[in-house]
Write a protein that binds this ligand. Structure first.
Ligand SMILES: O=C(O)CCC(=O)C(=O)O
Ligand SMILES: [Fe+2]
Length: 272
């Protein structure tokens, strides 16, 4: 059983709902970062079987197995996809030294349009300054279920975020997030370790819900990332629907956003 102190809180989950990601800077200790870096250099990280329990994929003695057993990371996993998630796949994403081309904007494998969601960890085991790229992500893009590279014609978005970070930084993203690798203008190989996990339980109140009624939550859910212009209204509705799913409350609203849609003027008046 996981210690409650490692679980995410409701404000963090609300930020995940609004932004489609959570960021944890320098979460993994440096010794482990270096060990994983060496594993990636030597192509030593074994591939798991898709659909296997994550806990069975890497041994406790392997550096990458140790990273995903850290209590802080177990807490993130538990809070978003539950206690025994399945390994979907992983990838050691490489941008070679001196690669001046960025990747096209895309989302990974959007075939599941349910409210149920997978998470993807983006783990940066070494320092990633801007000249090395840092995966670019677009906060708030995860409800736009584009098919892979539908968005490839776009170059830059207002409020896009390059993950420029220190070693040991972890991002956990909703599987719908738009992202792309960036050029690497340094003389060193850039690695980003990605791991996708599937839930095995209904994703409802899996985090620490002590602050579930926190008054800041409606404001977090109403955030404006600007790149979608006036469509922020659509995004607020998307977030309310997702929050309802996550907390199991089909009456939750922010202001009157869902109330408008649930008003049923087709109800015929009965004679008094
Ligand atoms: O290398 C990166 O930063 C991202 C790579 C990626 O998203 C992909 O190849 O699907
Ligand atoms: Fe990708």
């Amino acid at each position: 059983m996981i210690d409650k102190k490692y679980l995410l809180d409701s404000k963090q989950i609300a930020n995940f709902v609004a932004d489609g990601y959570l960021r944890f800077d320098q979460l993994v200790p440096q010794e482990l970062n270096e060990a994983v870096h060496a594993e990636m250099d030597d192509h030593r990280i074994g591939r798991g079987t898709a659909g296997a329990p994550l806990s069975e994929v890497w041994s406790e003695s392997s550096p990458i197995g140790t990273v995903f057993r850290l209590p802080e990371i177990q807490g993130i996993i538990h809070s978003l996809v539950g206690p025994e998630p399945l390994y979907d796949h992983h990838a050691v994403h490489i941008v070679n030294a001196g690669n001046e081309k960025g990747q096209i904007w895309h989302a990974d494998a959007i075939i599941d349009t349910r409210l149920h969601f997978d998470i993807q960890f983006f783990y940066f085991a070494h320092d990633t300054p801007r000249e090395m790229g840092g995966t670019m992500i677009l906060p708030g893009s995860h409800y736009r279920r584009i098919c892979e590279t539908d968005i490839a014609r776009y170059q830059n978005f207002l409020e896009q975020m390059p993950v420029v970070c220190k070693a040991g930084t972890i991002l956990v993203v909703h599987h719908g997030i738009w992202h792309c690798a960036q050029p690497n203008l340094t003389d060193r190989t850039r690695y980003m370790f990605k791991l996708r996990l599937n839930p095995t339980v209904r994703q409802m109140c899996l985090w620490n819900i002590d602050d579930i009624d926190d008054p800041s939550i409606p404001g977090i859910l109403s955030k404006n990332h600007k790149w979608y212009g006036n469509d922020v209204r659509l995004e607020i509705v998307n977030r309310i629907k997702f929050w309802r799913f996550l907390v199991g409350d089909d009456k939750f609203d922010v202001g009157y956003w869902m109330g408008r849609l649930e008003n049923l003027p087709e109800n015929v008046l009965r004679a008094a």
